[in-house]
Write a new protein. Structure first.
Length: 89
């Protein structure tokens, strides 16, 4: 079974009380959308931050930024990172 590493940064890490985890990719979960749906099922905070309706979200796959609405293909060993939008100053 394929596995990926999922990392959470900034306030996501704080609110989810999780810095990183390994997630097994089931047969029907080889892209970003099903991963986000799976994580959102964990509870209200997870759904708020990572679910399909979450709008204040940035995502990187193997350190390459993607639009969170894009259904990026995931492969064994990938690293997915979720974090809030970054503002400059």
């Amino acid at each position: 079974m394929s596995q990926i590493t999922v990392r959470y940064f900034a306030r996501f890490r704080e609110r989810l009380a999780c810095e990183q985890e390994t997630v097994a990719l089931g047969e029907d979960m080889h892209s970003l959308k099903p991963l986000r749906a799976l994580l959102a099922e964990r509870g209200p905070v997870w759904a708020e931050l990572l679910g399909p309706e979450a709008s204040r979200l940035m995502v990187a796959v193997n350190q390459e930024l993607f639009d969170p609405a894009q259904d990026v293909r995931l492969q064994d060993g990938d690293e997915v990172a979720f974090f809030p939008p970054v503002t400059g100053g």
